[in-house]
Design a binder for this molecule. Structure first.
Ligand SMILES: Nc1ncnc2c1ncn2[C@@H]1O[C@H](COP(=O)(O)OP(=O)(O)OP(=O)(O)O)[C@@H](O)[C@H]1O
Ligand SMILES: CC(C)(CO)[C@@H](O)C(=O)[O-]
Ligand code: BAL
Length: 357
């Protein structure tokens, strides 16, 4: 994995050939033959991407978009499987969006492995990989020295996109749903996500878009944006995929040391315990949150529960029990809820959740 800033690592690759020459002489005495591999087309240009989609839609084919930030894992591949059950053609976008990171966050260390991603996407039978080098106009990405440095002089509301001049200045805000939970600790996150997803929808013009419920609040924010702004895109939420030990798969897991990873298992353990307690009749959300805190503390994670207040440097963990549609906090479980947890292990911020229907 490279340690260069993300935007500097992301170099165009030559377009894939679409064919793999396999010398059959390896198996017999016959001449080499061509076996067709369904390698995806790699598109980096917005206009080409839009024309590709439009021409397929004119032919009556339906298109599903799976937006990602790359460094793909089984969680992403599950979204692709869901997408394939819903549309004729699958487009996966890979773009690490600077607009959703604030300077205190981990844009510069976000993991990437483009050739590995391409191999996985070929095997998954994706039609197009849309990987623009940049999606914003005249925007340059600010360079920051990393997590620690940025925590000090950051103004709330700054993103890693340079503003001013002729740079990008149009943002979509889903005003209520973006507040709370991840919106509390990542102040520019949801406006950056909503804006870049709207841009992707405008460029790709998909019929369907698939998002993971691992990022539960993000999924709900996008559903609301699509409804409120009348996008002609059906948004699907796909279930969380976990590693065998229960840790929700996440690109950032690669940054966990073995010890941190062991501690991070307490997130899923605490959620399962809380769900079991709720199913056995414990309806009081404060008691359930205490149970979660206790489980994570016992695993060695220091808890600093924050509700509605930004204590950036001290945030180690936050959690909330909210109703599933509108994400309003509940005190007693009397409707379908989702328990959302965010926890930091070292510099790695992980999120997870469990629905109780
Ligand atoms: N374990 C998972 N199960 C289901 N969906 C997932 C999972 N991990 C990621 N996704 C979904 O994949 C899409 C792209 O996510 P992204 O590329 O940011 O990966 P990630 O693993 O969530 O990375 P990060 O470490 O930044 O959280 C999002 O819709 C996200 O919810
Ligand atoms: C939806 C998304 C691709 C927007 O950048 C990103 O937030 C993600 O990968 O979850
Ligand atoms: N999957 C969410 C992307 C982010 O954390 O920036």
């Amino acid at each position: 994995m490279s340690t260069l800033p993300y935007q500097k690592r992301f170099r165009p690759l030559p377009p894939p050939s679409g064919y793999l020459l396999i010398p059959l002489s390896l198996f017999s005495s016959q001449r080499p033959t061509q076996i067709e591999m369904s390698e995806p087309e790699v598109l980096r240009d917005k206009t080409l991407m839009r024309s590709w989609s439009r021409s397929r839609r004119c032919n009556g084919q339906t298109i599903a978009l799976v937006p990602t930030m790359g460094f793909l894992h089984e969680g992403h591949l599950s979204l692709i499987r869901t997408a394939k059950s819903l549309a004729d053609l699958i487009i996966v976008s890979i773009y690490v969006n600077p607009g959703q990171f604030s300077p205190s966050e981990d844009l510069s260390t976000y993991p990437s492995d483009f050739s590995g991603d391409l191999r996985k996407l070929s095997a998954a039978g994706v039609n197009v990989v849309f990987c623009p080098a940049e999606l914003y106009y005249s925007a340059s990405v600010k360079e920051f020295g990393g997590h620690q440095e940025a925590i000090n002089g950051e103004r709330e509301g700054d993103s890693c996109l340079e503003d001013g001049g002729s740079g990008h200045e149009t943002w979509i805000r889903v005003e209520r749903l973006e507040k709370g939970m991840c919106g509390t600790s990542r102040p520019v996150f949801f406006r950056g996500v909503a804006t870049v997803v709207a841009k992707l929808f405008n460029i790709v013009e998909p019929d369907v878009a698939v998002f993971g419920k691992k990022d539960y609040q993000q999924w709900r924010v996008i559903c609301r944006m699509v409804r409120d702004l009348d996008f002609a895109v059906k948004v699907i939420g796909s279930d969380i995929i976990r590693d065998v030990d229960g840790l929700a798969m996440s690109s950032r897991n690669v940054h966990l040391s073995p010890t941190q990873r062991e501690k991070a298992l307490s997130i899923n353990r605490s959620l399962s315990k809380a769900k079991l307690a709720a199913e056995k009749g414990q309806k009081n959300c404060q008691d359930l949150k205490d149970l979660i805190k206790q489980t994570i503390s016992e695993a060695g994670g220091k808890i600093d529960y924050v509700e509605g207040k930004i204590l950036r440097i001290n945030i180690l963990s936050q959690m909330q029990i909210v109703e599933q549609q509108g994400l309003s906090p509940v005190e007693e479980i009397s409707c379908p809820v989702v328990i959302c947890v965010a926890a930091c292990f070292g510099n790695v911020r992980l999120i997870d959740n469990l629905e109780i229907d």
